[in-house]
Design a protein around this ligand. Structure first.
Ligand SMILES: CC(C)(COP(=O)(O)OP(=O)(O)OC[C@H]1O[C@@H](n2cnc3c(N)ncnc32)[C@H](O)[C@@H]1OP(=O)(O)O)[C@@H](O)C(=O)NCCC(=O)NCCS
Length: 217
């Protein structure tokens, strides 16, 4: 059931701050990013600003009246996004880091060590980007989960991809994102690949697997 007054709307720059706030508030399996780093700007600069600033036309927000309560950040071409992130965004974030613009604490240091260790130790995924070029991230404020809003956001993005003749879409989640997993499977996404993740070791009391789902359009 969708709550009657919820609208799914194209993202506009005036929604940017709310979208980024929700992204940070939900980054740790639906809970705040401060569970694993002290300064949320690092997370947003490295992982989210790309979508709001470079693929704004592929982002959607769910609104209760004028209030943004959730979002889907979409990307049509994952190869371009990965290149841009590695070439521009990560060095930019590194420069801010070196010049002391971020607040660095022990949580962040532990996170970044796990991040690079898991990058080194994870097997290379078998995702074929020519088959599944698009991807997305989706998050809702806690009090709005379970009302069918996530499904509506994804349906809107899938329609947009189909209209643009994009041949496939993928997403990455984890075995710990229980509701997300159910949602993707019910919507017809297929599990393409999975592997054990070390990224959340010590923060979550069960082994975590990274899951990559895809859908041909
Ligand atoms: C994952 C998320 C986007 C799903 O959006 P949502 O609006 O809560 O999900 P919906 O209400 O649209 O549910 C869609 C389907 O999943 C099922 N579902 C959703 N949450 C569920 C839960 N906690 N347990 C069991 N089933 C669940 C619903 O029954 C529904 O199935 P149906 O349409 O066949 O009846 C949202 O819960 C969320 O933001 N969670 C926290 C952050 C997160 O995990 N983001 C995803 C990162 S990959």
């Amino acid at each position: 059931m969708v709550k009657a007054n919820i609208q799914i709307c194209p993202f506009q720059q005036k929604d940017r701050e709310s979208l980024l706030r929700i992204a940070a508030d939900t980054a740790f399996f639906g809970a705040p990013v401060e569970n694993f780093m002290e300064d949320r700007r690092i997370f947003l600069d490295a992982f989210y600003v790309y979508y709001t600033d470079h693929e704004a036309d592929h982002c959607w927000v769910a609104k209760d009246g004028e209030v943004v309560i959730g979002f889907l950040t979409g990307c049509f071409n994952t190869r371009l996004q990965r290149e841009y992130t590695a070439r521009i965004l990560e060095p930019q974030a590194l420069r801010k880091f070196i010049s002391g613009k971020y607040r660095i604490g022990s949580k962040f240091i532990r996170y970044i060590i796990r991040y690079y260790l898991s990058k080194l130790s994870s097997p290379k995924d078998h995702l074929d980007l020519s088959q599944f070029p698009a991807h997305f991230h989706i998050n809702l404020s806690e009090e709005w989960r379970g009302y069918g809003i996530g499904r509506k956001l994804i349906e809107r993005f899938l329609d947009q991809l189909e209209s643009a003749n994009i041949c496939g879409v993928h997403l990455q989640t984890t075995s710990y994102n229980k509701a997300a997993k159910i949602l993707y499977e019910r919507m017809g996404f297929t599990l393409l690949d999975f592997f054990r993740s070390l990224l959340w070791q010590g923060l979550v009391d069960e082994p975590i697997y990274e899951l990559i789902y895809g859908m041909k359009l």
